[in-house]
Design a protein around this ligand. Structure first.
Ligand code: MF3
Ligand code: CO
Ligand code: CO
Length: 257
């Protein structure tokens, strides 16, 4: 129990899985275009996972209920906030946006990262939503350093989103999480918060920052498949996620180059 503090060798293992996670998302990004199905993204992920002897943390995962997740990755299109299930019948169309969230395991260590991609040419408002969501993640990650309050991650994301001239909302029903040798563990990372609230971050903590930003209301709805989370008002939603560490000299982002 409690928040694990990781050592040098844990950092080494996270660097390895973090790089695979980054490369996997790069490869998936390359195939995204109008006319492919979300299951084509799944198939590409499966071949990458097999090629490098990795394991998907998503396939069979029961973390949020009793129904095992039926795929290797999550693909969340347009008003789907997160945990969308790849589907042969769901063909991407010009103007769609798709969040691709991958969590893979090597040597018992987990890498978790998500990006939202444009399918062909997209509207100005969708483009702004994607850029703003990426920026929100970056603003949160900037607060991740030894001795800072954990709540400042959410506080700064909220401050950034609220100061935007376009009205966005931040999803509160799903959060970032501790990670390392488990998929989801302490601490919970909220994407809204009070200044200087919560525990102080310590060197050796691993967690994700993964804001979900909506063009309409923050309210969520869970579909009958027990996984797919959508915006209640069907507004567009985007997400970005990195797996990071509180390092010796500030933050270390594992899931990037
Ligand atoms: N990758 C998601 C996260 O960021 C969790 C997906 S669980 C799954 O926490 F089972 F839906 F894959
Ligand atoms: Co995550
Ligand atoms: Co994820």
């Amino acid at each position: 129990m409690g928040i694990p503090i990781h050592n040098k060798s844990d950092f080494e293992k996270m660097r390895v899985i973090g790089r695979y996670t980054y490369q996997l998302l790069n490869e998936l990004e390359n195939i995204i275009k109008p006319g492919i199905s979300t299951f084509d993204i799944e198939l590409k992920a499966i071949s990458f996972i097999e090629k490098y002897n990795l394991k998907s943390a998503c396939l069979g995962y029961k973390g949020f209920g009793n129904i095992p997740f039926p795929a290797n990755i999550c693909t969340s299109v347009n008003h789907v906030i997160c945990h969308g299930i790849p589907d042969k019948e769901h063909v991407l169309m010009e103007g769609d946006i798709v969040g691709v969230d991958v969590t893979i395991i090597k040597d018992g260590y987990f890498g978790d990262s998500c990006r939202t991609f444009a399918v062909g040419k997209i509207s100005e408002k969708a483009k702004n939503l994607i850029e703003t969501t990426k920026k929100a993640m970056d603003v949160g990650i900037q607060q991740a350093y030894h001795g800072n309050f954990l709540g400042n991650i959410g506080y700064e994301i909220q401050h950034f989103i609220n100061s935007s001239p376009i009205k966005y909302s931040i999803v509160e029903d799903y959060c970032g999480h501790g990670i390392g040798t488990k998929f989801h563990q302490e601490p919970q990372i909220e994407h809204v918060g009070q200044k200087n609230s919560g525990i102080k971050m310590q060197q050796g903590m691993f967690f994700t920052v993964e804001p979900m930003i909506n063009l309409g209301s923050k309210k969520t709805k869970l579909l009958k498949d027990n996984w797919t989370v959508i915006t209640k008002d069907y507004s567009l939603s985007a997400q970005f996620e990195h797996t990071i560490a509180i390092g010796e000299n500030g933050v270390e982002i594992f899931t990037k180059d």
